[in-house]
Design a protein around this ligand. Structure first.
Ligand code: FES
Length: 376
């Protein structure tokens, strides 16, 4: 068995001197600074005589000067290529017209990205190859020592504390000691009190939206109401609640500012139209659509990204963030990806004027799942 050990700097006597090393310096006597394998010697002073190290196998470049030279040339070639690519980057910057296009992509961006990316890559490859083939590969073993301080250090620490106690009178003056303890303890209270600023508690807010029976489903962002017959099979429309466009008696918007943004973030929906025979409604939701028109939350139940990538052929809705895929013909069920529950569906109807309306709020909370969601 062979072993490659180096004592810790400043602790050279912790390990036996190695054959071929210069005592006290940690330097090898080898000309190139590398030692291709050393015989292990078991010393009684070793805390672990056989630490189970694998036998050291010299690398080909350690023992064959021709391979050593070849590895050196290869590393130099990679670094040289990197330098050339960096120069090419500079040339491309000035030489390529800004409006030049290659394969629908800006030629300049392509050239700049390609040359700089490859230049960095070659530096990385060169450095890795250098380290793996040419740099010294001797292994170092560092012995563990007791974690505890020496007995005399601990005794000294105790003596220092006792001296401080005596000199400060901490033990002899209970009035000061107790009031100090009380004042230090009271400092923890603001930490608790300030937790109030994390509130108010959301209550049922995460589980509800502004959708309610009779709220019109209108196009986002125009606010145009929608008739089911106006939609073509296979279409998808981004929509929002019509109440966002309504005003009160004084002509003020019902929702505005932050309140509008928060409400809109939860209530965004998509409306899709399919051939009615393609739809497999969830049990109890047979009448949640109107002539093949269905409505679902636009907020991904995985982590809340807005979804409106719609595959007409498969009737799948795909989240662009982590590719959760929902089958809208099957109640929005998850067919792929990290989402753990179907995308929530909104029950649709039509009002007296024939426009799409919601018949209530979502049956399930919209947006990212949270553990307590289903606990009540
Ligand atoms: S947010 Fe949609 S899959 Fe992650």
């Amino acid at each position: 068995m062979t072993d490659q050990r180096s004592p810790r700097p400043g602790n050279e006597d912790a390990l036996p001197a190695r054959p071929g090393s210069v005592p006290g310096t940690g330097e090898h006597s080898h000309d190139d600074g590398r030692e291709p394998g050393r015989e292990v010697e078991h010393h009684h002073g070793d805390p672990v005589a056989d630490p189970g190290l694998h036998e050291h196998v010299p690398r080909p470049s350690d023992v064959d000067p021709a391979l050593d030279k070849r590895a050196e040339r290869l590393v130099a070639t990679m670094f040289g290529l990197s330098a050339l690519l960096t120069l090419a980057f500079c040339v491309a910057y000035f030489a390529i017209p800004e409006d030049a296009v290659v394969a629908n992509t800006s030629a300049m961006n392509l050239a700049l990205g390609g040359t700089l990316g490859l230049a960095l890559l070659f530096i990385g490859f060169g450095a890795v190859h250098w380290a793996r083939t040419l740099m010294d590969d001797h292994e170092i073993v560092e012995l563990r020592h007791d974690a505890a301080s020496p007995a005399e250090d601990r005794a000294e620490a105790v003596a220092t504390i006792e001296q401080g106690n005596t000199e400060s009178g901490f033990g002899r003056r209970p009035l000061i000691r107790n009031t100090l303890v009380a004042s230090m303890g009271a400092l923890g209270l603001p930490t608790v009190v300030l937790l109030r600023d994390l509130g108010p508690l959301p209550g049922s807010d995460p589980k509800t939206t502004v959708w309610a029976n009779g709220v019109r489903v209108v196009e986002d962002p125009s606010g145009e109401p929608i008739r089911p017959e106006e939609l073509t099979v296979g279409s998808l429309v981004n929509c929002e609640p019509g109440v966002f466009f309504e005003t009160d008696e004084e002509g003020e918007p019902l929702y505005e500012g932050t309140e509008l943004l928060n409400a809109k973030a939860k209530a965004a929906v998509i409306v899709v139209k399919m051939a009615p025979e393609e739809i497999t409604p969830t049990e109890g939701r047979e009448d949640w659509g109107v002539d093949g028109v269905l409505c679902f939350s636009k907020i991904c139940p995985h982590l809340g990204c807005p979804i409106s990538l719609w595959e007409q052929q498969t009737r799948n809705l795909i989240c662009p963030c982590h590719q959760s895929t929902f089958d809208l013909a099957d109640g929005g069920s998850v067919v792929f990806g990290p989402a753990k529950r179907p995308v929530p569906q909104l029950q649709l109807g039509v009002d007296d004027d024939g426009y799409l309306i919601a018949l209530g709020d979502f049956a399930d909370p919209v947006g990212p799942s949270f553990p307590e969601m289903y606990q009540d």
